[in-house]
Design a protein around this ligand. Sequence first.
Ligand SMILES: [Zn+2]
Length: 432
Amino acid sequence: MSMEDEDKKAFHKYALAYNLKKQHSLEDLSLINREKRYVIYARRSTTDEARQQESIPAQVEKCEEFAKRNNLQVVNIIREEKSAKKAGRRDKFTEMLKEIKEGHTYNSILAWHPDRLARNMKESGEIMDMIDSGILADLKFVSFTFNNDSAGFYCYGNMVVDLVEADPKFIPQVSYKDFLSVQNLKKDRVTYHNTEDFLPFRDLVKCADCNCYMIPGRSTSKSKQRYLYVTCSNTECRKKNRQKNEKTSSIRGKVLVDSAIEFLSSNLDINKDLYNDTIREIRKSKASEINELEKTLSTTKANKTKYDKVELSLEKMLFEDETSELLAKKMKDILAKIDKCINEINELEESIAEKEIDLELELPSYDRFVNFFENAVTVLKNTEDPELIDRIVKLVFLNIYVGGKKVLAYDLQEPFSSYVKLKFLHGVEDGT
Ligand SMILES: [Zn+2]
C-alpha cells in the first residue's frame, strides 16, 4: 500500500464531509456528535442448525470485543434465529427498527457483517432511509470499516470490496443504498477470518485430476520468501500421481492472481450493447426459472389438497372401524405423503422468494461494471491484502481448474459468464 496513514485519514475525512454535505442539511452535521447507544444485532448464517448455534454467540462475542476496543456504548443485544430471506419474517429485526425509530433505548447498530443485517431489498432500503433521515445515528460492522461515508466501498453482485484501502486513486461512486442493497447473498459463500491467518482461494480452485477443491496454505521458498500456494490434499489423488510419477496439482497464489489480472485486462474492452444484452438475457433466464418453480409449486399444492381429502375420508372410516389394519396403513401412507408435500411447498416458496430477491437486485450498469473492473486490475496489481485479493478473484471466477502447476480452465461468475457466451455467439471481436 503506497498511501501513508495520514493521507488515508484525510481522504476518509474528506469523503465523510463530502457525503454529509451532499446528503444532509447543516443541522444534520450535529448528528455526528450525538450520543450513540448501540444495539448488537446477530443473526444466524445458514439454515444449518448446528452451525447456527455456533455462529450467533461467536458474532456477539466479536461485536462485544469490538465495542470494548472502540469504546462503544452497547445497551442491548439481539439474537435473531429466523431466516431472513423474505422481508418481514424477522420479528426481532422489525422490533429493533421500531425501537430505534422510537428512540428510547438505542440509536445505533453494531453487527458482525453487512450480510448479517439486511438480507433483502426491503430491509436494506429501510435501514438506508433511517440513515438518511438521521434516525439511525451510526451503523458499524466488525468485519468492515464502514464509516458513515461508505465512500470506499464498492459493491458488486454479492460481494463488497473496500477499494480505498488498496487503491487511493480509486474514485468512489457508491451510495449507501448500493452498499446495503447487495446484501442479499444467494448463499454464504464468503467466510470471515482474522486477516493474519486468512488464506484466500478457498472453495475456488479445483484439482483437474480429481475435481476436489484444493486447499490453500503458506510456505517459505529457498530464498526465505513467504508465499501462498493452493494444493490438492486428496490422498487418493496424491497417491495416484505419485505412482504415475507425476506432480500433484498445486499452484502459487501469485499465478492465480496473475491469471485474474490477465483475464480482466484482456476483457475490459467491453462492448456496451452486448453487455446490455447480457444483462437482459440473465434477467430473462432468472425470470423463467421462477416461472418453472411456480408451476411445480401449484402442482404440489394441488396434490396436497387431493391428499387432504383422502385423509379426511380415511379418518371417517377409521372412526367407524378403528381395528382395521389396512385402513391404519393407508392413513399412515397418506400422512407421509402430506408431510412430503408440506416440505416441498416450504422449500419451493423459499427458493422462489430467494430468486425474486435476486431478480430485483440490479445487475451493475455498463459504466459501473467497466469502472469497477478497471479499478480491480489496479488493486490486484498493488495490494497484498489476502482478503481483498480473495474477494476480487472470486468476483471474476466461480471455479479455477488446476492441473500440474498450471491453470487449465475456469468457470466465470455472472455477468462475465453470460457475456463471454454471447460474445462467442455473436462473433464480436475484442475491440480490434
Ligand atoms: Zn487432486
